[in-house]
Design a protein around this ligand. Structure first.
Ligand code: ADP
Ligand code: MG
Length: 344
């Protein structure tokens, strides 16, 4: 952290906006006009546009006690890009609005924007506008992401077909265990300040929480492998609740195999320290920002070379319901809270 503290009031609103946006170099041909006018102008040249937005409120969605501002800026962008990729679209622009109290210095805001611009640059999106206001208390962040997709190539949640394979990218549950560690250390710190946090060896799970990535690579793989998923969404609230969305909206049932759910060794070890079942973390933990999608079984061969994708089950007739087959061979209905027995 830098020693210097510049009051935001010393710049004024326009000075602040100019300071935050002066280095923007637009990267997308579709960004016709960016920051500086009454509105941005975007031209997608015959493609379709997808738009999504998220509001993040201090104390509700993030805790600045253990969230570095740079990571927060990065994550604020990522969670929106993940929604664009989940439509099988490519994000091109974001709009970022902030509400800040006088608790924040210019230096603090600069750290936040460093993370924002790092995500923009990594994912090739342009920041083309926003709004800046004061808030009485706490930090408020609103991000809108805009993306493009070839006409009618977007992928919805409601179009899975009976017999389709249910697939997920990456591994699940780690962000949730990362959160448990940070919450535990926060509690210890609040009770006895000065005690050094003990997060030794937990960098993977904590990284998954604080610095998530959006699965741009999976969308690019679909293009290369000529796969068009029949349905797709991102996994932000835990696998069970997302699977139930696909089932409900596609009017189908499904079978999910516990043994096929991808979990990392790091997450398993960390979960055991809290005496919770890794499967429960994958089913009910949130903030993984992986993709959940379905493909016809005839496309299975195209997945073989992609380690990052796991087939976890398949779609059934709606009257079969949504079930998980456990490692022990038991069959249980999937519930939005995950399968609670696993935590016992
Ligand atoms: P208006 O009063 O017309 O809404 P503003 O004075 O709020 O315009 O904003 C001026 C320009 O700066 C606009 O292009 C707006 O999109 C952009 N802008 C404002 N706040 C931010 C921000 N926090 N990040 C990026 N761009 C911003
Ligand atoms: Mg304005």
């Amino acid at each position: 952290m830098s020693e210097q503290r510049t009051e935001i009031s010393s710049l004024g609103e326009f000075g602040l906006i100019e300071h935050l946006t002066k280095n923007i170099e637009l990267q997308n041909a579709s960004s016709v006009l960016g920051v500086g006018d009454d509105a941005a102008v975007i031209d997608h040249f015959g493609k379709q546009t997808v738009i999504t937005t998220d509001l993040l409120i201090e104390g509700v969605h993030f805790d600045l006690i253990y969230t570095p501002l740079k990571h927060l800026g990065y994550k604020s962008v990522i969670v929106n890009l993940s929604d664009v990729y989940a439509m099988n679209a490519v994000p091109t622009q974001i709009i970022l609005s902030i509400g800040i109290s006088n608790r924040f210095s210019l230096e603090a805001l600069d750290e936040f924007y460093e993370g924002v611009y790092a995500a923009c640059s990594k994912y090739g999106v342009d920041l083309v506008g926003g709004d800046t206001t004061s808030s009485q208390k706490g930090f408020i962040i609103s991000v809108t992401a805009i993306g493009e997709v070839a006409p009618d190539k977007y992928v919805r949640r409601s179009t899975a077909q009976k017999g389709d394979l249910l697939c997920v990218s990456g591994d699940l549950g780690a962000a949730y265990v990362g959160l448990l560690f940070l919450e535990r250390e926060k509690k210890i710190f609040m009770e006895s300040p000065g005690v050094q946090p003990d997060l030794e060896g937990e960098s993977y799970v904590i990284g998954r929480l604080l610095k998530p990535e959006a699965r741009k690579d999976i969308i690019e793989f679909f293009v290369k492998a000529e796969i068009v998923p029949t349905s797709m969404m991102d996994i932000s609230d835990g696998l069970s609740s997302e699977i139930l969305h696909i089932c409900r909206q596609s009017q189908l049932g499904c079978v999910l195999y516990e043994e096929k759910i991808p979990v990392s060794e790091e997450m398993k070890k960390a979960a055991f320290k809290f005496e919770i079942d890794p499967t429960a973390c994958a089913l009910s933990g949130g903030e993984d920002y992986e993709l959940l999608f379905t493909i016809p079984p005839s496309e299975y061969d195209k997945l073989v070379l992609k380690e990052e994708i796991s087939v976890v089950g398949y779609m059934t007739e709606p009257d079969q319901g949504a079930h998980i087959i456990t490692k022990g061979g038991g069959k249980h209905a999937i519930t939005a809270q995950g399968w609670n027995h696993l935590t016992r």
